[in-house]
Write a new protein. Structure first.
Lengths: 98, 997
């Protein structure tokens, strides 16, 4: 399985660490809504198909990526920085063009 | 001249004679021979004994799918068992032995198993080894005793005990087009792709490229097909964009078009070349794959179809055409399709007499009749073979009239004298890799075969793999596949012209001839047609269950020749068509893979070693090193004649009496920096850090999101926006990832950088009543008195000219200081501290004494923060801030996490003056015979010099409420039982007067 890190390029899965379901929504830190916390900590989707996941490029740039992986085929249809507008990623792209 | 070698022909080098031994006897063969062809040429018919019944077995095939002729190859002391003789290239000095026979292949005592054949039917082991349920042996281990002998009798080759001395290699390769198989289809695909400029890898499991072209006897482009193949493969030599991999089996098709292959680099050589690995494992990432893996001929199932001398038709053709060996002088053929007729002609041409062609089909085409006439063979259409005769070699066969639609036999049995019977039950495309790559195979009623599924990965099929069995089709499909895989467009161009024997690719749907006698489906696992029906009668419906119950297709050949006949027989028993019964999905590997190749260079102790900057000093000064995760740390600095306990007790005692120093460089250290660093720490720690003044440190506790304790350590505020966090040694990596996750995913708005600086700092903790006096003599540039360096204070100074950072904090319970310097100066500063301490009686202490000091103080480590305990369980609830939310704060007060009967931290004192062990249980009632009702367990224990007793920390139900009560340690594993007293975990100096001092 290859994951294309927006910063480092396509890399083997052994360089990455799975960091959990990307669909989780963390409640506001001060929230006392135990159901919401319970859903965040324990409840997981188990789709047969595309799944949003967080992977850390732990053996590389250490950025966290939002990855869409098909659980049936392991096909990865997208991998983007979890932070969103990652400055280093933008710079990398610019350098690639020059 | 060998008895079976033809006068001319074959692609062997008759001028080169090679000597080898098989079962101790000397034989010769020629360069280009396999062990199978050379032995066959020498008149050997008996190659092995079968798995269960020890029946004599000969060669069934000429290739990788061989189920019978498995041998063990010996190289010095090293044995390599279960290799098909058809895949062993001979070399001078080759030593091979047969398997599963005792005392010899010809005289095998276990052959008596054939007489008890009914007893050894499918499920024999499951039914028999339930253990005697009645009678005098009930409840004994009698069957386990028997199993030992039965296992010895059944089975395949024996692995050796000698270590494998061979080297193995691993390669990662990348290409545009990987072509698997080099028959006409594969060669055309590789050529077409290479001509487009694509980077091509061509993998062929045989030693020579060409596949069926090497023995088909066909003509391509006006030359013998074998010459055409050699010429085509030769054209690739010297092309930078083509890598040729002969003797390379592509055995696995994984996600993302990653394929695994095994190259047998030196197995065919008497002496491996310098530096050559025996096997090389290839991990190939291919943009596209062309699967041109061909097809396997199927046996027919009839009584006695396993007798030596019964062989697949194409295999005999191959032995004659490629190796110049005739498997018999009087050959009969038994077929349900046209392909066997070409074999008959080839064998006739090579010099054999074709005594009969027995065809289950009543009507034959005129073309087939012509071929039979050419082979001078008598045709028995609408007939079937119902028996074979002979012992270690075939002497004759019996036929009867056969009705293809009803399966009925009729008329008198007729005997035909023959020393070789060739069978052809149709062809199955080799779809293993496509099946591994994803979707289910599709049954084709015309071909009577499973054809490859629609690609779920980027592969294209060509040739017999797709069910296109003619060479003309293979060449056209191969070229188209190669072009397409390389991204080219299919243009009209001249393709090689093939002259081949005619033939209908579709066989008659006949798999089995039902007559009395053992008819084998799976030759290697000795599974008969009757076994399959027995499984059906006993209620096995699913093909997956059938496979496991009968072990059909589960031998080393993975059912390459037996899967389809077995499935057909099951389908008939169920009264369902074959596609409704379904087929099992193929899994990697396609053929056996050497474990050595998977490990390649990575063997021995693979863990990296982490050494502290002072490592060499510890070793040179008598430390016994201890591996803690990846780190090596001093366990004790033992003196001559000391036991471990004597050493740590001496070290701990000296520390409390004068001073001790310990290497703490292994603690995880993370620089937390940025405008929001304090806010971030408030969120990840349970207690406040934003209120911590610069130049002070604070002990912090982290929880997981679910409210369970995660890690603890001190964090030092070096500047307004600059913190140095320490973690436990074991959790350094996990804490780092935890922080990075929250900064990157949850709170990207926080302006904080975290950097692992574990390896940048060397650390020494020096503690004891004289610690401050020692520092006072060697630290310059700062005072270290109580005013300058209060408890949890931080100062910067120098030791022996090197800048150091000193924090006054204590894990030992003594007045203690952690002295940090740049890692490169670690030993320099350490030695300076040791020198300064000499007049004060400073000792070095290791992990054991460190543990002793902390147990006496009741401090927690990973043994107590074990992923199940909460802050309250560990009496750290004073650290849970109520002024702010933090990670875990919402979840930590759930009902189950605050229940009063949770395991809580306590201290234990051994009342019988003997040491308990970590992991031992704590019970209220001692019952050595039947230990029960644990109320907790011991997490750490030691002899406490301060108390003069064996003490322990434990997690016990109810915790504090049990202080002052008695209980027992119950440790049946180590047979340690005895009374204990439950006390507070703060054994020593509970009010901390010594460290605050």
């Amino acid at each position: 399985m290859l994951i294309t890190c927006p910063y480092c390029g396509p890399r083997d899965v052994i360089e990455f660490t799975y960091q959990g379901d990307g669909n989780r929504q963390r409640p506001q830190p001060a929230s006392q809504d135990l159901d919401a916390w319970n859903a965040y900590v324990y409840e997981r989707l188990n789709p047969a198909g595309d799944h949003n996941e967080i992977w850390q490029h732990s053996g590389g740039c250490r950025a966290h990526l939002k990855v869409v992986r098909n659980t049936l085929t392991h096909e990865i249809s997208s991998a983007a920085f979890a932070r969103g507008d990652h400055k280093s990623g933008a710079r990398h792209k610019a350098e690639g063009k020059s | 001249m060998s008895p079976r070698r033809t006068e001319t022909g074959g692609r062997i080098d008759r001028l080169r004679t090679i000597r080898f031994t098989f079962d101790g006897a000397s034989y010769t063969g020629h360069a280009g021979d396999t062990l199978a062809s050379a032995l066959l040429a020498s008149g050997v018919t008996l190659f092995g004994r079968s798995f269960k019944y020890h029946r004599p077995r000969g060669l069934l095939t000429a290739g990788v799918e061989e189920p019978n002729a498995l041998v063990t190859v010996l190289r010095g002391e090293v044995r390599e068992p279960n290799i098909p003789a058809t895949m062993v290239e001979i070399y001078d000095g080759l030593t091979a032995v047969s398997q599963n026979r005792f005392p010899s292949l010809a005289w095998d005592v276990s052959a008596v198993n054939q007489l008890g054949g009914k007893l050894l039917s499918a499920g024999f082991y499951y039914k028999t080894f339930m253990g005697p349920a009645i009678g005098p042996l009930k409840g004994t281990r009698f069957w386990m005793f028997c199993e030992h002998f039965i296992r010895r009798a059944a089975g395949l080759g024996r692995a050796g005990l000698a270590p494998d001395t061979a080297r193995y290699g691993r390669m990662n390769a990348f290409c545009d087009v990987l072509v698997v198989g080099s028959g006409p289809a594969g060669l055309m695909a590789a050529k077409a792709a290479a001509d487009q400029g694509a980077r091509v890898i061509l993998a062929e499991l045989e030693p020579h490229f060409g596949g069926s072209a090497n023995w088909s006897g066909e003509t391509i482009d006006g030359m013998p097909a074998a010459d055409w193949a050699a010429r085509t493969a030769g054209q690739f030599e010297g092309h930078d964009n083509v890598r040729l991999l002969p003797r390379t089996t592509v055995w696995g098709y994984y996600d993302g078009n990653t394929l695994a292959a095994l190259e047998r680099v030196t197995d065919h050589k008497e002496i491996p070349g310098r530096g050559e690995p025996r096997h090389r494992y290839w991990a190939i990432r291919a943009k596209s794959v062309v699967l041109a893996t061909g097809s396997f001929e199927r046996p027919l199932v009839f009584p006695g179809n396993d007798r030596p001398g019964v062989m697949l038709a194409h295999a005999a053709e191959r032995y004659a055409n490629e190796y110049g060996v005739l498997p018999g002088e009087r050959i009969a053929l038994f077929t349900n399709n046209d392909s066997a007729y070409r074999s008959a002609v080839a064998l006739k041409k090579a010099g054999a007499a074709i005594v009969a062609i027995i065809d289950v089909r009543p009507e034959l085409s005129s073309e087939m009749r012509k071929l039979a006439t050419k082979a001078e063979a008598e045709i028995f259409s609408g007939h079937a073979v119902v028996a074979t005769e002979g012992g270690k070699a075939l002497s004759g066969i019996k036929l009867q009239r056969f009705d293809m639609t009803s399966g009925a036999l009729s008329g008198e049995a007729r005997s035909v004298h023959a020393d070789c019977l060739l069978m052809s039950g149709g062809w199955s495309p080799t779809i293993h890799l496509a099946s591994q790559a994803g979707a289910r195979a599709v049954w084709d009623a015309a071909r009577q075969a499973f054809l490859p599924p629609k690609p779920t990965q980027r592969w294209i099929g060509a040739g017999a793999f797709t069910g296109s069995f003619s060479t003309t089709e293979a060449i056209a499909e191969g070229r188209a596949a190669g072009l397409s895989a390389a991204g080219g467009t299919n243009t009209q161009s001249t393709v090689p012209v093939v002259e081949a024997a005619p033939g209908d690719p579709d066989p008659a749907p006949v798999f089995e001839i039902k007559a009395s006698g053992k008819s084998f489906v799976d030759f290697q696992h000795d599974v008969t047609a009757e076994d399959v029906r027995l499984a059906h009668r006993e209620g096995f419906v699913s093909v997956e269950h059938l496979k496991r119950y009968t072990t059909l297709g589960m031998a080393t050949d993975q059912g390459k020749s037996s899967n389809i006949p077995g499935l057909a027989i099951m389908a008939e028993a169920l009264g369902k068509p074959i596609p409704e019964v379904g087929t099992t999905r193929f899994r990697p590997p396609f053929t056996a893979v050497s474990i050595g190749s998977l490990a390649a260079e990575r063997f021995g102790d693979l863990k990296p070693e982490r050494l502290t900057p002072m490592h060499d000093w510890h070793v040179a000064n008598g430390a016994t090193m201890y591996s803690a995760g990846l780190w090596y740390r001093p366990m004790i600095y033992g003196l001559a004649g000391e036991t471990i306990e004597q050493a740590y007790v001496r070290e701990a005692k000296a520390t409390r009496e004068s001073a001790g120093i310990v290497d703490v460089s292994t603690l995880g250290k993370i620089a937390v920096q940025g405008p929001d660093a304090a806010e971030f720490l408030d969120r990840v720690y349970t207690n406040m850090f934003s209120t911590l003044p610069v130049g002070k440190a604070r002990y912090g506790l982290m929880l997981r999101e679910d409210g369970i304790a995660f890690d603890d350590g001190t964090t030092w505020r070096l500047g307004e926006q600059d913190f140095l966090m320490t973690t436990t040694t074991a959790n350094a990596g996990k804490v780092m990832q935890h922080l990075e996750y929250f900064l990157d995913v949850i709170w990207p708005e926080l302006k904080v950088h975290v950097t692992s600086v574990t390896d940048q700092w060397a650390g020494a903790a020096i503690g004891g009543p004289k610690a401050r006096a020692i520092l006072a003599t060697c630290v310059t540039g700062t005072a270290v008195d109580n005013a300058a360096l209060p408890f949890m204070g931080i100062v910067h100074g120098k030791v022996a000219g090197v800048p150091v950072m000193i924090c006054r904090l204590s894990f030992s319970g003594e007045m203690a200081f952690e002295v940090y310097c740049g890692a490169g100066y670690g030993t320099h500063v350490w030695e300076a501290l040791i020198d300064a301490g000499k007049p004060f009686g400073l000792v070095t202490y290791g992990l054991e004494a460190l543990g002793t000091l902390r147990i006496e103080k009741g401090h927690v480590t990973g043994a107590e923060i074990d992923g199940r305990t909460t802050a309250r369980d560990l009496h750290l609830d004073w650290m849970l801030s109520k002024k702010k939310p933090f990670i875990g704060s919402a979840m930590m007060d759930r009902e189950g996490l605050i229940a009063p009967d949770r395991l809580q931290l306590v201290g234990l004192i051994s009342l019988d003056n003997r040491p308990p062990s970590g992991g031992a249980h704590v019970v209220e009632q001692l019952d050595e015979a039947n230990p029960h009702d644990s109320i907790g367990h011991i997490t750490a224990c030691c002899y406490s010099p301060a108390l003069g007793k064996y003490i322990a920390l434990a997690l016990v139900k109810g915790g504090k409420q049990r202080h002052g009560t008695r209980a027992y340690v119950s440790d049946p594993l180590r047979n340690r039982f005895g009374p204990i007293e439950i006390v507070s975990n703060h054994f020593f100096d509970p009010d901390g007067s010594r460290m605050h001092g």
